[in-house]
Design a protein around this ligand. Sequence first.
Ligand code: CP
Ligand code: NVA
Length: 306
Amino acid sequence: MNALKGRDLLSIADLSSTEIIDLLNLAADLKQGKIAPTCPKTLGLLFYKASTRTRVSFSVAMYQLGGNVIDLNPNRTQVGRGEPIEDTARVLDRYLDILAIRTFDQQDLETFADYCEMPIINALTDLEHPCQMLADLQTMQETFGQLEGLTMTYVGDGNNVAHSILLGGALVGMNIRIATPKDYEPSPKIVAQAQAIAGDRSQILITHDPKEAAEGCHAIYTDVWASMGQEDLANSRVPIFQPYQVNAELMALADKEAIALHCLPAHRGEEITADVMEGPQAKIWDQAENRMHAQKALMASLLGIV
Ligand code: CP
Ligand code: NVA
């Protein structure tokens, strides 16, 4: 696990297949209380977008590791008033041990990483949500006992979450199917990257047909139809995305053991129906809990204390 010491997590594809599996095993050991590493380190949280799960799960994970957390609200720090990232990064690097950033542009995250020695973690950008994917994989592993050969279907917007599913799923040998409306497909660059990772080991399907994507799969995953920063588009997107709702009819096409996943926050009656969210196939609350275990494993590894 020391191979991760001092590194950044800007994309889920910054990890190798083996490193993801090692992290998931570590997260399981932490969850079961088999190990309890401690580190008196300081985590910074620099979030330009709202967050419940990521903010709280990172904070609790660091407190449980024996460290401290500083919330660097951009509205109360100079970076929010235009101090350059290059300057902010070099200063924060002198105080903090590890920094999780939630922002819009992946390039801003990369600039922080370029100017910091400490590990930088992507806590969501418009391009990716790698920490979410670690928790999603942990939830799949807990449910099915393995990952390779499973089929995960994502239905909805070809957004940051879809991108990390494509890359993370390919890395662990899962088949990934993405069903979106026309013009809302995932980035062709990310799809090509996922296909290159998957090779002959697993299959990637990009389709506009949610039923084709759902047929016989092991998990159906969805996310909001309008992400943070796209609030103005939310109403106009509803009729476009309505055929992509995860409901009982779609779940019935999946494998009978299939689970329903959602990164949250959810909009019942839009991307997912209340009966699926509250039904027996939903693993959404385990998935949310696993954010904490997976990120604790990640931080312990990046800080080199395991
Ligand atoms: N899933 C997720 O990242 O939730 P938050 O936006 O609440 O952090
Ligand atoms: N795609 C969503 C994920 C929220 C966790 C967003 O970016 O707002």
